[in-house]
Each structure stands twice: as structure tokens, then as C-alpha cells.
Design a protein around this ligand. Structure first.
Ligand code: B12
Ligand code: SF4
Ligand code: SF4
Length: 261
């Protein structure tokens, strides 16, 4: 079997298990991550980048629980595809591993959970899945920004895909305008703190506040926190694993199959 045919088989495994798009980048073309990749998989030669699409109807529904539900499943789809593809490659004799789409992340200093093992936007751009948008996200021709990304590191030498020649983002700036907290200023610039405060409203930061509150809050305030809405949201976060509370930049990107909402 030629390298091209073998690559096609690996991609097909991803497509059969939840991927909507899949591309390949050689490890040597991801020098920013080569040290991390070598730690995860010594001798790794290729990275398959997998994208699974959201339902835009859910992201744009205005009901955060629908967007969260859809996000959980889009994450499940790309991680399922990554896991299955790694196993197919291993069955052919090439040690391979699925790499998390988001969590688990390295929670230690200095990244504190804000840096992926592999930055999937960067890997996706290099594997030809799309181009950077003004929001800094990966924008695909097929689904705009509304994809979740994951992938596989493998010791197999797969045929790489070429980065796209054209830009997919049409610079309409809808993503920037849609941001409720003005975290985006175009050209990929993002105020991570502003965005993080919005999307993790009832995630780790809220939980941390609850813990801190236990240390130094007067009793009534602590009671209000413990009995309040926020703690119920935190419980739900723990139960579902999904803690996002904003999807605006993703959902308003018109570079998708559907008209802008
Ligand atoms: C930490 C993190 C965050 C942090 C920090 C985001 C950030 N910009 O780094 C916060 C909490 C703010 C965040 C927010 C969101 N996130 Co987030 N996040 C991650 C995570 C876990 C790690 C990213 C990372 O390592 N960043 C650190 C470094 C590498 O990033 P950086 O310093 O900004 O460097 C980048 C830029 O310089 C840019 N860049 C370089 N050159 C150029 C040139 C141009 C022209 C442009 C425009 C950009 C550009 O590329 C570099 C690397 O890609 C990834 C998952 C993963 N493993 O990739 C998801 C991920 C990036 N998040 C994602 C999403 C969808 C979101 C949110 C919409 C929230 C939500 N509802 O899910 C917002 C969007 C904010 C935005 N517009 O960027 C998706 C993006 C999907 C896509 N289509 O691209 C990812 C890939 C998760 C996934 N597996 O699908 N996120
Ligand atoms: S996820 Fe929401 S808060 Fe964060 S940059 Fe996008 S629109 Fe702004
Ligand atoms: S909303 Fe417009 S500017 Fe933003 S990434 Fe999509 S096409 Fe580009």
C-alpha cells in the first residue's frame, strides 16, 4: 500500500467515527509543539487534525443549555474519531494516541490550564482545514468557526495536506461585533481574561470564588452563595463536563452553510 492510500485509510477511519473534516500535518511542520509531541509520543511523525461540526441551530438558539449540550456532543464526536483512528493506526503497527480536544489539560504553572498540548487552531490551519478568522478561531469553508477540534499523534509517516491558499474569513467582523464583553479586537487579538470571565461564569472561577468565600465571607453572604443559582450551575458543570456560557463569535460567523443568524 502506498503512503497516500494508507493516509486515506486513516482519514476514512476518522470520518467513519464522527469527524466531518480531517487533515494531516507533519510534526516537523509544527515546531512550536515538537517538544510536547515528543514527550507524548516519542518518534511521532504526523498529526491528524479532526474537526466535528456543531449544530448551528443549537449555538444560535439563545438557550445556553442547548449550545452546551451540542458542544458536549461535538466534543464527543471529535474525541471519538481521534480515539478510533489512533486504534486503527496502532492495529497497523504504529504507536498512536488521541490528544484531548480541551480538557484534560496541564493545570500546573505556568499555563494553569490555558494552553493545550497542541493548539488545534494552529494545527488545523497547517493541515489545510481552514484559515484563521478575525476572531482568532479556525474558520473552515464547510462549517465556518462552528467546529470542535481534536486529533491524533502517530509514528506513521502520513501524506501531509497543504495549507489553504485562500483565506476563508471574509473579514465581515460579525464575530468581533457579537462579543458581549468586547474581548475581540480583530486580527486574532483576544483579551483572554474578559472572554474567560464570560465563558467560565459558572466554571472553575466561580467554584474558586465559592471556596474563597468560605474562608472569609460573613455567614449570610456565604449562605446566599451556597443556596444561590451559581452553585446549582457549578453542580451542572460537574455533572455534564461543559462549562461554557458564551458562543457568540462562533455562532455569528457567516462562513458556514447557513445564513448568518
Ligand atoms: C485556552 C483556550 C481558550 C482560552 C484562551 C484562548 C486563546 N486564544 O488562546 C479562552 C478561555 C479565552 C478560550 C476561549 C474560547 N475558546 Co478556546 N480553547 C483554549 C484551548 C484549550 C487551548 C488554546 C491554546 O493553547 N492557546 C495558547 C496559544 C497557543 O494561543 P495564542 O497564544 O493565542 O496563539 C495563537 C494566535 O497567536 C494565533 N495566530 C497566530 N498567527 C496568527 C495569524 C492570524 C492572522 C490570526 C488571526 C491568528 C494567528 O494562532 C496561535 C495559535 O493558534 C483550545 C484547545 C486546544 N488545545 O487548542 C480551545 C479552543 C481554541 N477554543 C475553542 C473555542 C470554540 C472557544 C470559544 C468560542 C469558547 C466556547 N464557547 O467554546 C472562545 C473563543 C475565543 C476566541 N475567539 O479565541 C475552540 C476553537 C475552535 C475553532 N473553530 O477554532 C478550541 C480549539 C477548542 C476545540 N477543541 O475545539 N479558549
Ligand atoms: S466566546 Fe463570547 S466572550 Fe469569548 S470572545 Fe467569543 S463572543 Fe467574546
Ligand atoms: S465572523 Fe466574519 S470576520 Fe469573524 S471569522 Fe467569521 S468571516 Fe471572519
Amino acid at each position: 500500500m502506498t503512503e497516500k492510500e494508507f493516509t486515506q485509510q486513516a482519514k476514512q477511519a476518522a470520518l467513519n467515527h464522527g469527524a466531518d473534516l480531517v487533515g494531516v500535518v507533519r510534526v516537523e511542520d509544527l515546531p512550536e509543539h515538537s517538544e510536547r509531541i515528543d514527550r507524548m509520543m516519542p518518534g511521532a511523525r504526523s498529526v491528524l487534525v479532526i474537526a466535528s461540526a456543531h449544530s448551528l441551530g443549537s449555538l444560535r438558539s439563545g438557550a445556553n443549555e442547548l449550545a452546551q449540550f451540542d458542544t458536549s456532543y461535538a466534543y464527543n464526536e471529535c474525541t471519538r474519531a481521534a480515539h478510533a483512528t489512533a486504534r486503527v493506526l496502532e492495529s497497523r503497527g504504529f504507536p498512536s494516541a488521541g490528544v484531548p480536544a480541551f480538557i484534560p489539560l496541564d493545570m500546573d504553572e505556568p499555563g494553569k490550564g490555558m494552553r493545550g498540548e497542541i493548539c488545534w487552531r494552529r494545527a488545523g490551519v497547517r493541515a489545510g482545514l481552514g484559515s484563521y478568522g478575525e476572531s482568532g478561531a479556525l474558520v473552515t469553508r464547510e462549517y465556518g468557526q462552528a467546529v470542535r477540534l481534536s486529533g491524533v499523534v502517530t509514528t506513521a509517516g502520513l501524506s501531509p495536506d497543504a495549507p489553504l491558499k485562500e483565506e476563508v474569513c471574509d473579514h465581515c467582523m460579525r464575530c468581533v461585533e457579537a462579543c458581549p464583553v468586547n474581548a475581540l479586537s480583530g486580527q486574532g487579538k483576544i483579551n483572554k481574561k474578559l472572554c474567560g470571565n464570560q465563558i467560565f461564569k459558572f466554571g472553575f472561577r466561580y467554584f474558586q470564588k465559592v471556596m474563597e468565600g468560605m474562608l472569609d465571607k460573613p455567614t449570610e453572604e456565604l449562605q446566599a452563595i451556597v443556596r444561590g443559582h451559581g452553585l446549582r450551575e457549578v453542580w451542572q458543570t460537574f455533572m455534564t463536563g461543559n462549562y461554557y456560557y458564551c458562543f457568540e463569535c462562533q455562532s455569528q460567523c457567516p462562513a458556514t452553510r447557513l445564513p448568518a443568524g
